[in-house]
Design a protein around this ligand. Structure first.
Ligand code: XIL
Length: 355
């Protein structure tokens, strides 16, 4: 009996060794990807996307190889998803979520309540406070409810703080009052109690009056028992400006002290192009790589920073040239899908010392 046990243990051990060896050789044979190294660091690495891109196999192969999270770039904004009062259009979002599930990617839902990309039926209407609350509640229940258990994190409120460090008096604020934010989080929580709920903000990633205001406001929401789990820091900057990495790290950590997660939600560092159709030069690309490295190191320095998301896969898919003429080359793969210095900087940062 004893010897048979010993024998089977020996066989098991040999098998385990062989399996482990095979696994190890497999790891050596395939070069590291952002996805493989991020996994080991406990941070999701993501990219914003739309289902229109999925027809391009170069796109999907690169996405699947390098990333383990996708954010819906436009599919779940109010106007595209709820174009008429009585009609929703989930085609784009359904395709994104199906793609994610087929390839084991997490999904961040972006975004439930925002000033922009609102349909005219909504903005041109005259509504009482109660009517607007009913509309928003129904919208949140319908959209969040549809993807319950499938979208793991939501940007519930987008850009709710003004650059003057006071709540932005947007369409929802004007129609409902400042508590539209409390209500939106509450409704999102009711629609999917397990989803992580984020307040997503820009121009408040480092230390300034606005990030102080966001911090104080989040503290206040938590004190009131509003179900908020995290803050999204967008990180749209030019290579020449924006928060220093140490200020970003400090801000992430202090939000962590409130018990909040932080996701860097829309990272891109744009470059002023030398001329029409001319590529960015090597010096600008090197500078850009350092900005990406700094942002990733800041995230890795804080245990509550759990996702790092780029706003687009390659420079061919970036919103920057449309919104900032003469600017571009903001992402980590170029228009031919080739990795830029910024890609290598992110990879190196992720391969750096343990956090
Ligand atoms: C942008 C998209 O990338 C564009 O395709 C769209 O036309 C406009 O919106 N902050 C946000 C994002 O929170 O939703 C924005 O996305 C970029 C700025």
């Amino acid at each position: 009996m004893r010897s048979r046990n010993a024998l089977s243990l020996g066989v098991l051990f040999t098998l385990l060794l062989a399996g482990g060896g095979g696994y190890f050789i497999g790891r050596l044979a395939s070069p590291p990807t952002l996805r493989s190294v991020a996994e080991a660091r406990g941070v999701y690495i993501g990219v914003s996307t739309g289902s229109g891109y999925f027809e391009d196999p170069r796109y999907t192969e690169l996405l699947k190889r390098e990333f383990d999270l996708i954010t819906t770039e436009n599919a779940l904004k109010f106007e595209p998803v709820h174009p008429e009062r009585e009609r929703y259009d989930f085609a784009d979002a359904d395709a994104i979520v199906a793609f994610a599930e087929a390839h084991h990617l997490r999904v961040r839902g972006h975004t439930l309540v925002w000033q922009n990309q609102l349909p005219t039926w909504l903005t041109a209407g005259t509504w009482t406070r109660q009517e607007l609350m009913d509309i928003l509640k129904e919208h949140i229940y319908t959209v969040v409810g549809r993807y319950r258990g499938r979208i793991y994190a939501w940007d519930v409120v987008n850009e709710g703080m003004g650059d003057d460090a006071r709540l932005f008096e947007n369409f929802w604020y004007q129609g409902i009052g400042p508590d539209y934010i409390d209500l939106a989080f509450q409704w999102a929580h009711e629609a999917d109690p397990n989803a992580l709920l984020f307040f997503n903000e820009h121009n408040s990633e480092g230390l300034n009056a606005k990030s102080e205001a966001v911090y104080a406001y989040l503290q206040e929401l938590l004190r009131r028992g509003v179900p908020v789990d995290g803050v999204g820091l967008e990180m749209h900057y030019g290579v020449g400006w924006g928060p220093k990495a140490d200020a970003l790290a400090y801000n992430i950590r202090r939000l962590g002290e409130l018990g909040l997660q932080v996701h860097l939600t829309e990272v891109d560092f744009r470059i002023k192009l030398p001329g029409e159709g001319q590529p960015a030069d090597a010096a600008a690309l090197a500078k850009q790589a350092e900005r990406y490295r700094g942002a990733m190191q800041a995230c890795l320095s804080a245990p509550n920073c759990t996702a790092f998301v780029l706003w687009g896969l390659t420079d061919a898919h970036s919103w920057i040239p449309y919104f900032y003429p003469d600017w571009g080359a903001a992402l980590i793969f170029d228009e031919d899908y080739a990795p830029k210095p910024a890609y290598h900087a992110l990879l190196e940062a992720l391969q750096g010392s343990e956090r």
